[in-house]
Design a protein around this ligand. Structure first.
Ligand SMILES: [Zn+2]
Length: 163
């Protein structure tokens, strides 16, 4: 890549995430990613701009739930040189070997995406302000969480042992 500013546009779908990171909890994705790269002789700045949504398991009913993803992140890449002057900037600086020709961005893309997922993801409400959670699943979850707790089962085991 020649020096200067370069723009890249990607559409990230569920397959991107599942192929690179099989253990991901992302069920589906529709993310527009713009990467603006500024390349100079000994360093490179990459600005990531995400917009779109993920489908993730809902915290309440465990069914797929749309979560909007919007945000930016910046990465600094520095070519490896022998002087180890410390930079005091509060950003990620990746040291790259001078001989490296290309950098695999997939891991950074994944990491940044994960940071953009809100802590709480639950289904919203419909026009009638009813929750869009899967009521059948909620009933099931409630049914099983009301059944004997694990502690009770342990108590039963222990009492058998002491007899
Ligand atoms: Zn739900």
């Amino acid at each position: 890549m020649p020096n200067g500013v370069h723009n890249f546009e990607y559409l990230l779908n569920g397959d991107f995430y599942k192929n690179y990171f099989p253990e991901t909890e992302i069920i589906n994705a529709n993310i527009k990613l713009n990467i603006e790269v500024e390349r100079e002789e000994n360093f490179m700045i990459a600005g990531f701009n995400f917009s779109g949504y993920f489908e993730l398991p809902c915290d309440r009913c465990l069914q797929p739930c749309m979560v909007s993803i919007n945000g930016k992140n910046t990465l600094f890449f520095k070519s490896e040189s022998n002087n180890t002057e410390e930079t005091n900037i509060d950003i990620d600086i990746i040291i790259v070997d001078k001989n490296v020709e290309s950098i695999d961005m997939a891991e950074f893309i994944y990491e940044f995406s994960m940071l953009l997922i809100p802590q709480k993801r639950v289904h919203g409400k419909n026009h009638y302000s009813n929750s869009e959670c899967n009521q059948k699943m909620l009933n099931l979850i409630e049914k099983y969480s009301q059944s004997e707790s694990i502690e009770h089962r342990w108590d039963a085991l222990l009492s058998v042992k002491s007899n």
